[in-house]
Design a protein. Structure first.
Length: 80
């Protein structure tokens, strides 16, 4: 199974890379597959590549759902 996550661009790195963050994790990602990206933009990241620029509302909603699923999983594991 493949999983791509929204990450917020915090630094642009020449020539075609950026530092992106999500959930306390920082990752250097390639921007070769996307158009113009600015600091503060959200990108969908898979295997070290930004695949798409995502609008802020959609990114934050997705991150919220992922966080909620993780919390529910932790809660369920604590009960067993």
């Amino acid at each position: 199974m493949c999983l791509a996550l929204p990450m917020r661009v915090v630094e642009l790195l020449p020539p075609d890379k950026a530092r992106a963050e999500a959930g306390g994790v920082s990752l250097e990602v390639s921007l070769m597959l996307v158009g113009d990206v600015a600091i503060g933009d959200y990108v969908i990241v898979h295997a070290g590549f930004a695949l798409e620029v995502l609008d802020t509302e959609a990114a934050e909603e997705t991150l919220g759902m992922i966080s909620q699923m993780a919390e529910e999983d932790i809660s369920n594991n604590e009960r067993t």
